[in-house]
Structure formats: structure tokens, C-alpha cells
Design a protein around this ligand. Structure first.
Ligand code: ATR
Length: 307
């Protein structure tokens, strides 16, 4: 339910939403009463029932004694703009944004951080004290932190293969290029989509587009699956030479036991290490948490709890 416009507040003193439990906020030129309660956050997407984001953010909050509400909200495609307006009117402070809303969020929010503008996708949003929504994309930071901090991989000078050219791939390319890999190849079923990403990000570093038929032989140092194939337990049509005995493989999808069909295939072809995307999920949440609360949570203990 939307709160009512607060009576007479046009002449009242403005109280920023983050300074009071029960406060008012100015939005689109009008003052609104914010309901009392702990600061409110949520994750939006569809389907959303499986999301682990509430558990992760509440666990981070406990580390610092920060009380917060964090809910799952099912928001189907084409409904993001309405959902975000309602959220702000309810006094929401920040939102995590997942499939299928990342591109919608990119066009619906008032302001964008440069990395969100660059990727064309938004995976988290902050409401500032004036009710202005600021979109950001911390997926790439989450992936790189998981690879480097949790799994001890260096990307510098490495030969990296990224599978897929959809929203998931697009969101992480700038962060991968920031690590100065020797080579970043994007392989996709639809070559033109991979070529579009190369045009979009070519100023950030060296990357090349291929379809599966033209992909140069491996082995690669790191192979990252950003296709949606793992969701249906299918495999990308990769040749066996992609993987060598020193190849580390990463699936951006996660499972409770850390196993995916793609990672099984990589293991069968001799990969030295295989990781699913649970750590990426927790690391991008940690970055969001630090933006919202100004403190860096411990992620190792939270990843261990979720397994
Ligand atoms: P997401 O937001 O999860 O990235 P997406 O934008 O729909 O979802 O992208 C899905 C990715 O998985 C794309 O790279 C897609 O390839 P196309 O661009 O050719 O569609 C890839 N993908 C999906 N099904 C596939 C299949 N059967 N074989 C190979 N790649 C597939």
C-alpha cells in the first residue's frame, strides 16, 4: 500500500529518510510519510522465491549489529518502474535487481553509476536521502573478487574465455578487462551479439568475438560460463581442447553442492579447478552492503553457511 501525502508538510522541515525511523521524503515534488521500522531493502526479479539474498544481507547485518528488513519481491518483466516507485514511497533504501529486470532497471532509474551506464545493466540500486534512485552494477566486482580473493586466481596476462553474450556476460566484461588479462575471448552461439559486446567494450581492453565453430583452440587458463545453459542442465558446444590440465573453470550459476553440468564436463576434460557462482553472489552482495551501510562484511563465513 502506498503511504499518503503528508498533510501540511510542504511548509514543514524536511527530514531525510535515513535520519529517522518515521520520516518524510520528497519525491517528484511532493512530500511523503515513510512508515516506521528498520531500514527496508529487497531483491526484485522473477522467479524470486529461491533467492538467497535475504539470508546473505541479514547475515552481513548480524556481523555489525545492523538491524534491517530485506525481502524477496516478485516483480515480473516490464513492471520494474512501478515497483521502484512504490518501493521508494515505502521508505526503501536499497534494492538488489536480478533476472529479468537488469536492463529495465538501467533505463528506469534516475541516475546511474558509470559502470552501470557502461554495461547497460543494473544489479543494485540505492535511494539517496532526497528519494533519488541511483543504479549500479557490482556483478563484475563480485565475480573478480570470487576468482581472485576466494579462489586465489590471478587474471593478469591470462588467456580467458567467456561463454555467452547476454546480460550476464555483458555485466562482467569491464571488471574482467580491468584485471589486465592477456586475452579475453567471447564465444557465443549468435556471433553478432558477441561482436556487439566487442564494439561496446573495445576501448577498455583487448577482446575478440567468436562463434563456437571459429573459436581458436585452447587450452585457456580460465573458462567462465555466462550462458543460461546451466539452468537447463545443457552444455555449450565446446571442443575438448578448450580445457587443459592447468585450466580453471567457473560457472556463474550456483548450486547447493557446487556442481553443475558444465563443471562436470570441465572436470571430465581435465580441468585443474572448478567453481560455481555462489561466491560471486555473496561477493556482489557484500559490495552492495558496503555501498548501503559503509562497512565491508566478511564473506567467507557466509559462503560456508550457505553450502
Ligand atoms: P542472461 O541475462 O542470463 O545472460 P540472456 O541475455 O538470455 O540471459 O543470454 C543467454 C546466453 O546464453 C546467450 O549468450 C545465449 O546465446 P545466444 O545469444 O546465441 O542466444 C546463450 N545460450 C542460451 N541457450 C543456448 C544454447 N542452446 N546454446 C548456446 N548458447 C545458448
Amino acid at each position: 500500500m502506498l503511504p499518503q501525502v503528508a498533510n501540511g508538510l510542504e511548509r514543514g522541515v524536511y527530514v531525510p529518510a535515513n535520519l529517522s525511523n518515521s520520516s518524510v521524503i520528497k519525491l517528484m515534488g511532493k512530500w511523503f510519510q515513510i512508515p516506521p521500522g528498520d531500514p527496508y531493502y529487497c531483491v526484485v526479479g522473477s522467479p524470486i522465491a529461491h533467492s538467497k539474498s535475504p539470508d546473505i544481507h541479514l547475515a552481513f547485518g548480524k556481523q555489525f549489529g545492523i538491524a534491517l528488513r530485506y525481502q524477496r519481491v516478485d516483480v515480473p518483466a516490464n513492471c520494474f518502474a512501478n515497483a521502484v516507485t512504490e518501493f521508494v514511497l515505502e521508505g526503501g533504501r536499497g534494492m538488489s535487481i536480478t533476472v529479468p529486470l537488469k536492463e529495465e532497471a538501467h533505463v528506469a532509474l534516475a541516475k546511474l553509476k558509470p559502470r552501470a551506464a557502461l554495461t547497460g545493466a543494473v544489479n543494485m540500486m540505492t535511494v539517496n536521502s532526497d528519494g533519488v534512485t541511483i543504479g549500479d552494477n557490482v556483478d563484475g566486482i563480485g565475480l573478480v573478487r570470487d576468482l581472485t580473493r576466494n579462489h586465489g586466481l590471478s587474471l593478469i596476462g591470462k588467456r580467458i574465455l567467456l561463454l555467452g553474450a547476454g546480460g550476464a556476460a555483458r555485466g562482467v566484461i569491464p571488471s574482467l578487462l580491468e584485471e589486465n588479462p592477456g586475452e579475453l575471448n567471447i564465444v557465443n552461439r549468435t556471433l553478432t551479439k558477441a561482436e556487439d559486446l566487442v564494439s561496446r567494450f573495445s576501448s577498455l581492453g583487448s577482446l575478440e568475438a567468436f562463434d563456437y565453430e571459429s573459436l581458436p583452440n585452447g587450452p585457456y587458463d580460465i573458462v567462465i560460463n555466462a550462458t543460461s545453459l546451466s539452468l537447463s542442465g545443457e552444455l555449450p558446444p565446446l571442443g575438448a581442447t578448450t580445457i587443459g590440465s592447468l585450466t580453471s573453470c567457473y560457472d556463474m550459476m550456483y548450486t547447493i553442492d557446487g556442481r553443475t553440468r558444465f563443471l562436470e564436463w570441465c572436470r571430465d576434460h581435465g580441468a585443474v579447478a572448478c567453481y560455481d557462482g555462489l561466491g560471486m553472489l555473496v561477493e556482489q552482495a557484500a559490495k552492495s552492503f558496503s555501498i548501503w551501510h559503509g562497512v565491508e562484511p566478511d564473506t567467507t563465513s557466509v559462503i560456508a553457511t550457505l553450502r
